[in-house]
Design a protein around this ligand. Structure first.
Ligand SMILES: [Cu+2]
Length: 140
């Protein structure tokens, strides 16, 4: 009987672990290093979905205009792209759709900043928590 109880707890542990794993969103890092195009702008193509942005680590130069051309997977779930770093000249809050949208800004301070989707449905995890988040690294 005792063995059975231990076995039962063991199974419960495995099941619990599996459920937790399924709810843990681990994304590989996809790095994109922007270059300055002939028009003097750093163009970055970004695609998003409920739990990702691709790329999710963007490296740009400071004090050079950046243009994100952003879109999301076709679907009914609305998405956004937010960068709340006014201290570095970036205040972005845009709705995204499956049609690509150009979003321009110029980072004015070196550092690491986040871009993310601010959307959240009721009591579910926010898109940001699910992985709709990336890092914008501004370098010299
Ligand atoms: Cu979203």
């Amino acid at each position: 009987m005792k063995n059975f109880a231990i076995f039962f707890l063991f199974c419960l542990g495995i099941a619990g672990y599996a459920v937790c794993r399924a709810d843990t969103y681990v994304h590989e890092e996809i790095v994109y290093q922007a270059t300055i195009a002939a028009d003097g702008v750093q163009h970055v193509r970004i695609e998003g979905g409920t739990d990702f942005y691709k790329p999710n680590h963007v490296i740009v130069k400071v004090n050079v205009p950046v243009e994100f051309t952003a879109s999301v997977e076709w679907g009914l779930i609305p998405h956004t792209l937010v960068i709340k770093s006014p201290e570095a000249g970036m205040s972005v809050d845009e709705k995204l759709s499956s049609d690509a949208k150009n979003i321009r800004f110029t980072p004015t301070a070196v550092g690491k900043y986040h871009f993310y989707c601010k959307n959240k449905l009721l009591f579910f995890k926010s898109h940001r928590e699910k992985g709709m988040e990336g890092m914008l690294e501004v370098v010299q």
